[in-house]
Design a protein. Structure first.
Length: 715
C-alpha cells in the first residue's frame, strides 16, 4: 500500500468530495477528511478483491486535467493505476471509460492508454481500468466484476452525494452502479459530504488518518457491550460514530459486515433505552444511539413480512388500540396529481398491509406506497426525542405490494410527476381507519358522528391547496373541519396570487405535518412543511389561523412560493416575509402598517441600529428584519400591486434574460421594480447599501428619483 503514496505529499480537493464507507477485510482508507460533527472518514480507499485490486475516490473531479495538474494529484492517480494493476506489471496498459481529460493527460504523460467499452472482449488486453462509477448497466457491472476478481485493476471515482441529488427516488445501495460493483469488496460511496478541507488540499499522512479503522471499532463496541472489555467514553464514542456512519452504507445482502452487525444489534438491544420525550438519547449515550442506528439500518432493509413493531413506536408516533378493527377499503386516485395521496388509513406498527393497484400503474414505474408522514431524518441532531428515522416507502412494481413499518404510520400512495393514467382504483387491506376530512367530499354529519372518532392516532384535513396532518386527539371535538380546510386554501391562494402563479403552477396540494422532532429549526419549509408538536392544535384551529394568525405558518408557506430569480444573497429569510405580510393583510385583516413587524415603530427600531452614513451591506444581509424594512417601504409607497406585477414579469422572462449571478439578481430587481413604478430607485438602493452596477443605475436614470419621506433617517 505504501507505493500508492510514493512521492505524494498533498492531493487536491475538487469541489466538495463525499466520504467512502470502507469495511472490507482487505480494504483500507488512504486519506481522510472531516465530516460535519468532526468524524473523520475516507476520501480514498484501496484494497484487494479476490485476485484483483481496487482504488476508489469520493469525487469524479479527480479525473479532470485541472486536478491532475494540481499538487501531487497526478502522481497519486498514476501510482493508483500502477498499484491496482499489480506492482509487478510492466508496460502498463490502461483502459479509460468516458473520461477524456484523464485519457489525454495519460497519453501526454507517455502512458499506454486507450478508450474502452465495457464488453466481454474489450478488456482482454487491459491491465487496469479508470472509471467514473455512475450509471453502468447490469451487464457492464458484471463485466467489471469479472475483470477485477480475475486479476485486473480498477481506479474508480464518483461524487456520491451528487448522484443522490440527481436520483432522489433510487436506493443508493441497490441502484448506484459503483456501490453495486464494489459491495463484495467492502467499499461504498456514501451520500454525505465533507465539511471542507483545510488549506489547498489533503495532506497525506498514514499516521494521521484518525479513528477510521472499522474492524477495530466493531471489536471494541462488541466487547464493551458484552462487558468483556471496558473503554473510556471518548474511545467508545469515537468507535460508535464510525459504526453509525458505516452501517448506513452497507447493503442488505452484504455478507462481509452485516452478519456481525446483526449480532452486535442483538447484544445492544438487551436493556437499551430508546429515545423518548421524557428520556432523550444524547451524544453521550453512545450505545443507545448505536442500537437505534443498527435497528434502523436493518429495519429499512427488512422485507415487510418480517417486520415487527418496535418498542418505541408506542411512544411516537403512537400506538393503535388493540381492539381497533383492521379494514379493507377501496379508494380512487387521480394520477394527474403528483406526490402523496392520502388514503385515510393507518398501518399499525409492525403489521402487514397489502396494496393492490392495476397493471398499468404497476408497469408505469415511479409509484410508491409510503407508510408514515414523519419523513424528517434527525440523525445529525445532538439529542433524539424519537427514533431518528420512522417513515418507509415501498416501490410499486407488481399489482400487489406488501408494506409494513415497525413504527406504523398513515398510508399514502405516491404518484410520480408527469404521468396521467386517469383515476385508478387502489385496494388496501389490513389497515386501521384514520380521521380524514376531504373538503367538498366528506359529509359533515358523518364526520361528526363517525369519521373523527376513527381509532388511528393521526388525522388529516384535506383541502384543495393544503393538507394538514396532526394528532387525532386534536380533531375529536372539531365540529367544522371545512372551515379549517377553507382557511388554509385561502392562505395558499393568497401566496400564489402574490407570486403571480396561475392555476397550472400548483400541480398538487402542499402538506403541513407536526412532529415531535424535526430536522432543522422550529419549523421548516418543504414537502411536507414541518413544525413541532406545540403547533398541533393551531394547525386545525380556524380562529387561530384567521384572527390570532401564525407568523411561522405563513412564513414557511411563503418559502414554498419564493423564486430564486428575485431572492439574492441575504434575502432568503427576507423576501419570504412578503408572503407572510400579504397573508396577514388579506386573510387576517392586518395591513402592513399595523403588523407588529411592519409598523412605523418597528421600522424605526430596526433602522436605529443601521449607520446610513456608512451603510454596511453585510449587516443588512445578516439581519432579516432590518432588510425587510426596505421591502416594506416599497410596499407602503407603491402597494402590493407593484410586487405582483414585478413577480409576473419575472415569470414571463425568457431564460436568456434570467439573472445568472447574485450581482445580476440585484441589478434586475432594481431595474424591473423601477420600471414598474416609474421611479428611479437607484439612490434608494444606495442609501440602504445594496450594491448595484453603474449600468443598472444608468438604465433607470431617466425616471424621477424616489426616496421615502424622511429617509435616510437623520438627514
Amino acid at each position: 500500500m505504501n507505493s500508492l503514496l510514493r512521492g505524494v505529499a498533498e492531493i487536491s480537493v475538487p469541489g466538495i468530495p463525499g466520504p467512502l464507507c470502507v469495511y472490507g477485510s482487505e480494504t483500507l482508507p488512504v486519506f481522510t477528511d472531516t465530516m460535519r460533527g468532526g468524524l473523520r472518514a475516507p476520501v480514498a480507499a484501496a484494497g484487494r478483491w479476490q485476485d484483483g485490486r481496487v482504488v476508489a475516490l469520493g469525487h469524479d473531479g479527480y479525473f479532470l486535467r485541472a486536478e491532475l495538474e494540481t499538487l501531487d494529484t497526478g502522481r497519486f492517480i498514476a501510482n493508483a493505476l500502477r498499484w491496482a494493476a499489480g506492482e509487478g506489471t510492466s508496460d502498463l496498459r490502461i483502459g479509460v471509460v468516458n473520461a477524456p481529460q484523464l485519457l489525454g493527460w495519460l497519453e501526454e504523460a507517455g502512458h499506454e492508454a486507450v478508450e474502452v467499452s465495457l464488453t466481454d472482449d474489450s478488456l482482454d488486453n487491459i491491465d487496469v481500468l479508470a472509471l467514473i462509477a455512475w450509471n453502468q448497466s447490469g451487464p457492464e457491472i458484471e463485466v467489471l466484476s469479472a475483470f477485477v476478481r480475475g486479476g485486473g485493476g480498477l481506479v474508480a471515482v464518483n461524487t456520491g452525494w451528487g448522484w443522490a441529488q440527481l436520483n432522489p427516488d433510487l436506493d443508493p445501495g441497490t441502484e448506484h452502479a459503483g456501490n453495486q460493483l464494489l459491495a463484495p469488496a467492502g467499499i461504498q460511496w456514501s451520500f454525505d459530504w465533507f465539511a471542507g478541507a483545510a488549506g489547498r488540499g489533503y495532506a497525506v499522512d498514514r499516521d494521521g488518518l484518525g479513528p477510521v479503522d472499522l474492524g477495530k471499532a466493531l471489536d471494541a463496541v462488541q466487547a464493551h457491550a458484552t462487558g468483556s472489555l471496558e473503554f473510556t467514553d471518548l474511545e467508545i464514542g469515537q468507535f460508535a460514530e464510525i459504526l453509525e456512519y458505516t452501517v448506513r452504507c452497507v447493503p442488505a445482502d452484504d455478507t462481509l459486515l452485516r452478519p456481525r452487525l446483526r449480532a452486535l444489534s442483538e447484544d445492544l438491544e438487551q436493556g437499551r433505552r430508546w429515545p423518548s420525550e421524557s428520556r432523550p438519547v444524547g451524544k453521550d449515550d453512545v450505545l443507545d444511539r448505536l442500537a437505534a442506528n443498527l435497528f434502523t439500518s436493518e429495519h429499512l432493509r427488512t422485507p415487510p413480512e418480517h417486520v415487527r413493531a418496535h418498542p418505541a413506536a408506542a411512544d411516537f408516533p403512537g400506538a393503535v388500540p388493540v381492539d381497533a378493527p383492521r379494514v379493507k377499503r377501496s379508494i380512487t386516485i387521480n394520477t394527474s396529481v403528483p406526490r402523496w395521496h392520502s388514503t385515510g388509513l393507518y398501518a399499525a406498527p409492525g403489521e402487514l398491509i397489502t396494496v393492490v393497484m392495476n397493471e398499468e400503474a404497476a408497469d408505469a414505474g415511479g409509484f410508491f406506497v409510503r407508510v408514515g408522514a414523519h419523513t424528517d431524518s434527525i440523525w445529525h441532531r445532538p439529542e433524539w426525542t424519537r427514533m431518528p428515522e420512522i417513515s418507509r416507502r415501498f416501490p410499486v412494481s407488481t399489482t400487489t405490494t406488501a408494506v409494513a413499518n415497525a413504527f406504523g404510520g398513515l398510508l399514502y400512495i405516491e404518484v410520480p410527476p408527469n404521468i396521467n393514467l386517469g383515476w385508478i382504483d387502489v385496494e388496501i387491506d389490513g389497515a386501521v381507519a384514520a380521521p380524514i376530512l376531504v373538503l367538498g367530499e366528506t359529509d359533515l354529519d358523518t364526520w361528526r358522528s363517525e369519521i373523527r372518532h376513527a381509532p388511528a392516532p393521526w388525522a388529516e384535513i384535506v383541502g384543495r391547496n393544503m393538507i394538514v396532518t396532526t394528532r387525532a386527539s386534536e380533531v375529536r371535538d372539531l365540529d367544522d373541519p371545512d372551515s379549517v380546510a377553507e382557511t388554509w386554501d385561502r392562505a395558499l391562494d393568497l401566496s400564489a396570487e402574490l407570486a403571480a402563479w396561475d392555476a397550472a403552477d400548483r400541480t398538487s396540494p402542499e402538506r403541513f405535518v407536526v412532529d415531535r422532532q424535526i430536522s432543522v429549526g422550529y419549523m421548516h419549509a418543504g414537502y411536507p412543511i414541518m413544525a413541532h408538536m406545540d403547533q398541533q392544535a393551531n394547525l386545525v384551529n380556524t380562529e387561530h389561523l384567521r384572527s390570532e394568525c401564525n407568523w411561522g405558518f405563513y412564513h414557511e408557506v411563503g418559502h414554498n412560493h419564493q423564486e430564486g430569480d428575485w431572492t439574492f444573497d441575504g434575502t432568503t429569510e427576507v423576501t419570504v416575509n412578503l408572503f407572510t405580510l400579504y397573508v396577514y393583510e388579506f386573510l387576517c385583516g392586518i395591513p402592513v402598517s399595523e403588523n407588529p413587524r411592519g409598523s412605523a415603530s418597528f421600522q424605526s427600531s430596526q433602522m436605529a441600529s443601521y449607520d446610513f452614513d456608512d451603510p454596511d451591506f453585510e449587516q443588512w444581509k445578516r439581519e432579516p428584519f432590518l432588510a425587510l424594512v426596505m421591502y416594506e417601504q416599497l410596499q407602503q409607497a407603491f402597494g402590493w400591486e407593484a410586487f405582483r406585477e414585478v413577480f409576473a414579469t419575472y415569470r414571463a422572462l425568457p431564460d436568456d434574460r434570467r439573472p445568472k449571478s447574485d450581482h445580476g439578481k440585484r441589478d434586475l430587481w432594481l431595474v424591473l421594480f423601477s420600471r414598474q413604478v416609474g421611479r428611479n430607485l437607484g439612490p434608494f438602493f444606495q442609501a440602504w447599501g445594496v450594491p448595484t452596477s453603474p449600468v443598472a443605475r444608468e438604465s433607470v436614470a431617466d425616471l424621477p428619483v424616489w426616496l421615502p419621506a424622511g429617509f435616510p433617517p437623520g438627514r
